[in-house]
Design a protein around this ligand. Structure first.
Ligand SMILES: *Cc1c(COP(=O)(O)O)cnc(C)c1O
Length: 460
């Protein structure tokens, strides 16, 4: 059905030169970085696919809007514009701006969670869960089982398993569940979407029990695109109308503007409830700033308002998701194992299957990410045993089922020619994968070790 890949729906007005390096230089760079792509400098990378967070290219209209920044301490016109745009496109009554997504998560968790509560969610996200736990809640995973299997081809692998949610409500009672946290799409499942039908069912079940539903709306435009292209009855509905309907099944949301709002910094918290808004606008002063700027400059709020309007353009989101599909299709055609189906923001290579001769304790995904940098100047990220960390009680490694390398596509930044360069480098590596050996960890920080751990290569 989907065979063609749409051309870039933009033309290039400003260019940023990227590093052109030799293999000898890249070998030195990765050795200096301890074979950890997080420790590379960005000016050493030719194609930087570390993350799609805050790495977006803004449009001429957004940059023009930056010049219209009203840097008043209170009552900035850019806040009023942002407020109006969020009301129009997301449909919530109240918005509290924050410096980024986790600022909104902090406010929401502090206001709604009491120690001993349970917060069900469709797989966790790192910062979201950290804020819930910090405020005394236990996170409970209620995503469908298939989400944990990299090869099951299902259109909506981010869905909530309603039976799991009902079981939790029966077990602990609705009064100990302040809200259900529904991520649309699910980042850690590989960018997998939630169907409209599932959102509707979650809302009905929760309303019956008087439980709030708060969305992690960070990637909601990608989710709306998958509903349009995969869910019966939505083929002819616009992205804007799908987004509005999605949000009608929530009582509020947290948002990282650094993803689907097409900006480099920013976020917000939304809700319909007046009392919740009252509490959030009191608390935001303590952590972010006045409720009319929340840690953002006027120009940042203007760029975000304009980014939200651009984000519902079908041509934009069709191209973005198609770029992910293009890269995944090229890799799969060459026999490289990738997570299926392709999500909305990244391609995940199954490093365990790519390097079957490297045992998990020798960090195959870390080794593959380092080798990919040397081969093509491509910066990717390990999502495997290094990221999973250690068991606090036994001190042993967590050994996740999936040992992955993530290639994340920034929005509106790279062309298909760049993605060809990435694919070609992966294919060349795959052809001589026997030569890639594992790594030994020579420095291990106590927490979030993947950011700063250092490694030494072992012979293949
Ligand atoms: C990035 C992200 C967040 C956190 O947002 P920040 O802006 O990085 O604080 C929360 N949830 C999801 C799904 C994300 O991808």
């Amino acid at each position: 059905m989907q065979t063609a890949y749409p051309a870039e729906p933009y033309k290039i007005k400003v260019v940023e030169p990227i590093a052109v390096t030799t293999r000898a230089e890249r070998e030195r760079f990765i050795a200096d970085a301890g074979h950890n792509t997080f420790l590379l400098r960005s000016d050493q990378c030719t194609i930087d696919l570390l993350t799609d967070s805050g790495t977006t290219a803004m449009s001429d209209r957004q940059w023009a809007g930056m010049m219209l920044g009203d840097e008043a301490y209170a009552g900035s016109r850019n806040f009023l514009h942002l407020q109006q745009v969020v009301r129009d496109y997301y449909g919530f009554r109240h918005i509290v701006p924050t410096h980024q997504g986790r600022g909104a998560e902090n406010l929401l968790s502090m206001i709604l969670i009491r120690p001993g509560d349970f917060v069900p969610g469709n797989m966790y996200f790192t910062t979201t869960r950290a804020h819930q736990e910090r405020n005394g809640a236990t996170f409970v995973d209620i995503i469908v089982d298939e989400a944990h299997d990299s090869q099951v081809e299902l259109p909506f692998k981010g869905n909530v398993d309603l039976a799991k949610l009902e079981r939790l409500i029966d077990e602990v009672g609705p009064s100990r569940i302040p809200y259900v946290c529904l991520a649309v799409t699910v980042n850690l499942a590989g960018g997998q979407p939630v169907s409209m039908e599932n959102m509707r069912s979650v809302a009905m079940l929760c309303r019956r029990h008087g439980i709030r539903v708060m969305y992690d709306a960070t990637r909601c435009i990608e989710n709306a695109y998958f509903i349009k292209t995969r869910e019966a009855g939505y083929e002819d509905v616009s992205i804007a109308d799908i987004l509005k309907e999605m949000m009608s099944y929530a009582d509020g949301c947290t948002m990282s503007g650094k993803k689907d709002c097409l900006v480099n910094i920013g976020g917000f918290l939304c809700m319909n409830d007046d009392e919740l808004y009252q509490k959030a606008s009191e608390l935001v002063v303590l952590f972010e700033g006045m409720p009319s700027y929340g840690g953002l400059a006027g120009r940042d709020m203007e760029a975000m308002a304009r980014g939200i309007i651009e984000s519902v353009d079908y041509a934009y989101i069709h191209h973005r998701v198609s770029q992910c599909r293009y890269l995944a299709d090229r890799l799969a055609a060459a026999g490289i194992p990738v997570v299926r189906p392709t999500g909305g923001h990244a391609v995940f290579i199954d490093a365990g299957a790519f390097l079957p001769h490297v045992p998990q304790d020798l960090f195959p995904a870390q080794a593959l990410a380092a080798a990919l940098f040397v081969e093509g100047g491509v910066r990717a990220m390990e999502r495997g045993i290094v990221s999973a960390g250690r068991n606090r009680d036994t001190g042993d490694h967590h050994r996740p089922k999936l040992e992955l390398v993530r290639l994340t596509i920034p929005r509106r930044v790279y062309t298909y020619a760049h993605l060809d360069a990435v694919a070609d480098a992966c294919i060349r590596l795959h052809e001589r994968r026997d030569e890639i050996g594992g790594l030994e960890m020579v420095y291990e920080p106590k927490v979030l070790r993947f950011f700063t751990a250092r490694f030494r290569p072992l012979a293949a």
